[in-house]
Design a protein around this ligand. Structure first.
Ligand code: SF4
Length: 87
């Protein structure tokens, strides 16, 4: 697993850029944003992963499919440009 960048251990806990981090929660298992530091796992995006799961799925989770919303629907023009790039 990718190590946690800029992490230091302080009396208050593991700190990154002035934030004290809480370890990831069970729901984070499998997410690409999980980082490891001294045997514990932390989120590279949020200091308190548990709060990202209160009342629904974390909006940055890479391992859980988002429900399809109007905004997430594929734009046909962009999709054809992407397909053209892939050639
Ligand atoms: S992005 Fe969300 S799901 Fe992924 S590790 Fe961070 S808090 Fe957990």
């Amino acid at each position: 697993m990718t190590p946690l960048a800029n992490a230091t251990k302080t009396a208050d806990g593991v700190m990154v850029n002035g934030f004290v981090l809480s370890p990831v929660v069970e729901q984070c298992n499998g997410c690409d944003r999980v980082r490891e530091f001294e045997g514990e796992q932390f989120c590279s995006s949020y200091p308190v992963p548990a709060s990202k799961w209160v009342g629904g799925r974390c909006n940055f989770a890479t391992h859980v499919k988002a429900e399809v919303t109007a905004a997430a629907k594929v734009n046909p023009l962009k999709a054809s440009k992407r397909a053209a790039k892939g050639r």
